[in-house]
Design a protein around this ligand. Structure first.
Ligand code: NAD
Ligand code: IPM
Ligand code: MN
Length: 360
């Protein structure tokens, strides 16, 4: 069981270290994992001049699972695309064909008060954003900035593009996921304006015919963003394209109290998965022991479940997270008056200790 650990940049380093602690704690009495570390993002750019060096990609191909932190900084975001830290992550996802990004959004009872939203709106929220991850305007060509011959002004171009088969495979993934949940899929698109999205809706409807036991609804993305905040409990699986999924999931994070609470799993056809918190490198808090490590720790639980079939261990990690929250441990982003405010390390230690206690 080989795990490649790619901490990346900023708080990626801090939170990933806590997830590694959790993985070690949960396998303390078993065969354990072979964990190696690699470079990605700005950290890789600094050493190799490339945010996704060949050595990292090779190591990823040779691993059974990858634990990723965060990539990019505001500085490298201004460089040409091939030098941006975040593009290392985009290339990793694309190279491994990890087209289905599962982003579960769960409002824990312990954190209802940490959200900016009202208790009666978010209580019981349990949904999954399934974001297509290897297509859309992120990868479509033509793209770039060029100077218009006639007017002499600069023009920026990106292309929203999906093939029918790309839509179909993530559609099937959505319906399969819904069968393990509450049997509802809401497909989110912009079919009223964009041809790509009209095709998206058509193909989702076709796929849905294979799953008569699952309810399929459609929403335009603008309305979906509103319904997500207004009546979040109604959603089960939300399936959407790469760009809409990116945006909707950060918004959905606030249903849980913090972006630091959203884990994710990026999967393709094989068993190998990439496990990544939804948040980024958070330059505003990086290096100060302030980051919430629970998104990364819960991503490692998804790894145990989905890449290694270790359901008991996955549940042990998730239970430990709930346990420390019930004990009142809170990082700054989810702190409330009267809670026990701790740093990244202490939160990670508390989760690891709770795992260790539960495994004895
Ligand atoms: P961000 O997700 O890094 O941060 C957004 C806000 O949420 C910040 O205020 C941050 O402090 C807070 N936050 C995020 N994670 C947190 C955590 N675990 N605990 C507590 N607070 C947390 O998004 P951004 O500021 O727009 O981007 C920062 C950099 O990260 C950019 O260079 C961006 O390109 C990159 N980025 C990378 C990823 C990724 O690697 N998956 C994702 C998003 C952004
Ligand atoms: C995410 C991030 C990335 C994305 C960036 C860093 C390229 O925002 O994982 O959600 O847009 O996919
Ligand atoms: Mn994002």
């Amino acid at each position: 069981m080989k795990i490649l650990v790619l901490p990346g940049d900023g708080i990626g380093n801090e939170v990933t270290a806590q997830a590694v602690k959790a993985l070690r704690a949960v396998t303390a009495n078993g065969p354990g994992f072979e964990m190696t570390e690699g470079l990605i993002g700005d950290a890789a750019l600094a050493v190799h001049g490339d945010p996704l060096p060949e050595a990292t990609l090779e190591a990823a191909r040779g691993a059974d699972a990858i634990l990723f932190g965060a990539a990019g900084t505001y500085e490298s975001d201004l460089l040409p695309p091939e030098k941006r830290g975040g593009h290392g992550l985009l290339r990793l996802r694309k190279s491994l064909d990890l087209y289905a990004n599962y982003r579960p959004v769960t409002a824990f009872p312990e954190l209802i008060g940490a959200s900016t939203l009202r208790r009666d709106v978010i209580e019981g929220v349990d949904l999954m954003v399934l974001r297509e991850l290897t297509g859309d305007i992120y990868f479509g060509t033509p793209r770039g900035v060029h100077r218009d011959d006639r007017t002499g002004e600069r023009v920026g171009i990106n292309t929203m593009r999906y093939t029918e088969s790309e839509i179909r495979r993530v559609g099937h993934a959505a319906f399969r996921a819904a069968r393990l949940r509450r049997r509802k899929v809401c497909s989110v698109d912009k079919a009223n304006v964009l041809e790509t999205m009209a095709l998206w809706r058509e193909v989702m409807t076709e796929v849905g015919r294979d799953y008569p036991d699952v309810e399929l609804t459609h929403l335009y993305v603008d309305a979906a963003s509103m319904h997500l905040i207004r009546r979040p409990r109604d959603f089960d699986v939300i399936v959407t394209g790469n760009i809409f999924g990116d945006i909707l999931s950060d918004a959905a994070a606030m249903l849980t109290g913090s972006l630091g609470m959203l884990p994710s799993a990026s999967l393709g056809e094989g068993g190998r998965g990439l496990y990544e918190p939804v948040h980024g490198s958070a330059p505003d808090i990086a290096g100060r022991d302030l980051a919430n490590p629970l998104a990364s720790i819960m991503s490692s639980a998804l790894m145990l479940r989905l890449s290694f079939g270790m359901e008991a261990e996955a549940a042990a990690v998730e239970t430990a997270v709930r346990h420390v929250l019930a004990e009142g441990y809170r990082t700054a982003d989810i702190a409330e008056p009267g809670s026990r405010q701790v740093g990244t390390e202490e939160m990670g230690d508390a989760v690891a200790a709770a795992i260790a206690r539960s495994r004895h």
